[in-house]
Write a protein that binds this ligand. Structure first.
Ligand code: GMT
Length: 400
């Protein structure tokens, strides 16, 4: 590993396009390290790039949950925020920008790929300006994931910074067409936004076959599953309501995976609906795919969802999905093919869909179709798209 800054003369770090195609890149990957889909996407992308020989440097405040153990070409740089009595709000974005500068200098990074606009894209802009002062061009690729646009975008307190940070990125991607449209609607964007969908790594799913489900469904009942951060946008109470409607018609069990602000209310509602003995609140799981692997149906009744990575992972486990028509979900789940969609809040319709999909006449067909649909989102299709974007931003003519 390089630990000494390489001498760089003005613009010397801009490589010729022909060279770039032949060489491995040194990529800084910035993401939230927690259980959210954006961190999962960044982590899996980084691991796949590293497996191809590129050097990937994760820059974040904690080790990304899906990074796993040691692997070649992957490095993790921790952003440490010092507590100082004056700071009621520690200035994370400044420490992050400084860390970006340090890692770019020390590791001679070719580019930064930041996931989530706030504060990653704005910190990257600051790092870019600092490095420009010493004649170093730092291309920045920003990937928009959803709540950075659809929730924070509605807060006028963030709008100018998000618009600016997106416009200053060298390339911008969004994980769905729906998210790209929302971004144009909500912000003053003068940049092209490319849609690069989220993806699955098929290897993660092969190893999951044959888990034991008898602990949860001892009588062979259908097993439903929901995975999220239990925030209001996920409408976890609609998961319980849908399940309660279904339970009136057929015995079933429900796995609730994850944790967050609406968990207690969901547990209370399960008791109120009299289904608490059929609902298992499992909390956060290190590998939520293990819950999907024993499930028959996935529920995602979100208010807004730019993509719905958990739904794609369910389909990759052969689990059909009942979801809402929100945001990018129809781009992932084909209604009547790999699952069924309903209007936001229509829990009776979602229960109807669940009953239909679980019926012996339909379940097996939908399982197969879910697997087939998920295979169109394999990593091998998406990785070349990101590599092309990296090459474009590193090309000399892209320097502004
Ligand atoms: O769903 C969340 O609240 C977490 C958030 C995140 O930052 O990880 O998820 C967003 O990004 C995911 C990965 O691109 C998408 O699959 C989710 O649909 C998106 N969430 C929302 O739009 C609500």
């Amino acid at each position: 590993m390089r630990s000494v800054p390489l001498p760089v003369s003005p613009r010397q770090n801009i490589r010729r396009e022909a060279d770039i195609k032949k060489e491995e890149m040194r990529i800084g990957m910035v993401c939230y390290p927690t259980f959210g889909g954006s961190g999962v996407v960044a982590t899996e992308l980084g691991k796949a790039l590293a497996a191809q020989g590129h050097e990937v440097h994760f820059i974040t405040y904690d080790q990304p949950v899906r990074l796993g153990s040691f692997r070649p070409n992957v490095f993790y740089h921790e952003v440490q925020i010092s507590q100082y009595p004056l700071f009621d709000y520690p200035p994370y974005e400044l420490v992050l920008a400084s860390k970006m500068v340090e890692v770019v200098r020390q590791q001679n990074l070719d580019l930064l790929h930041v996931h989530y606009a706030i504060p990653h894209a704005s910190s990257a802009y600051m790092a870019k300006r600092i490095l420009a002062e010493e004649g170093r061009h730092l291309p920045v690729v920003t990937t928009l994931h959803g709540t950075d646009i659809t929730l924070l975008g509605k807060d006028p307190g963030f709008e100018p910074v998000i618009s600016f940070a997106i416009n200053q990125s060298d390339a911008v991607t969004a994980v769905s067409t729906s998210l790209r449209s929302d971004t144009y609607k909500l912000f003053g964007i003068n940049k092209d936004i490319e849609v690069v969908p989220n993806f699955i790594c098929p290897d993660h799913f092969k190893a999951l076959q044959g888990q034991d489900r008898s602990e949860f469904a001892p009588e062979g009942e259908p097993l439903l599953c929901h995975i999220s951060n239990f925030r209001p946008v996920k409408r976890v109470l609609d998961v319980i309501r849908t399940f309660a409607h279904l339970s009136e018609r057929t015995p079933a069990k429900l796995l609730m995976v994850g944790d967050g602000p609406d968990r207690s209310e969901a547990e209370r509602l399960a008791r109120e609906c009299g289904v608490e003995q059929h609902v298992f609140f499992l909390g956060k799981l290190k590998n939520p795919l293990e819950a999907l692997a024993i499930s028959d149906l996935f529920l995602l009744p979100s208010e807004s969802e730019s993509f719905g990575l958990a739904a794609l992972e369910a389909m990759a486990c052969g689990v059909p999905v009942v979801a809402t028509e929100a945001g990018g979900l129809p781009e992932v789940i084909r209604h009547g093919v790999s699952g069924m969609l309903a209007p936001i809040g229509d829990v009776e319709k979602m229960a109807d869909h669940a009953e239909f999909l679980l019926s012996p006449a339909h379940h097996d067909r939908f399982k197969q179709q879910a697997l087939k649909r998920a295979s169109t989102f394999e990593m091998k299709r998406v990785l070349p798209e990101y590599l092309r974007i990296y090459e474009e931003v590193m090309a000399p003519e892209s320097v502004n």
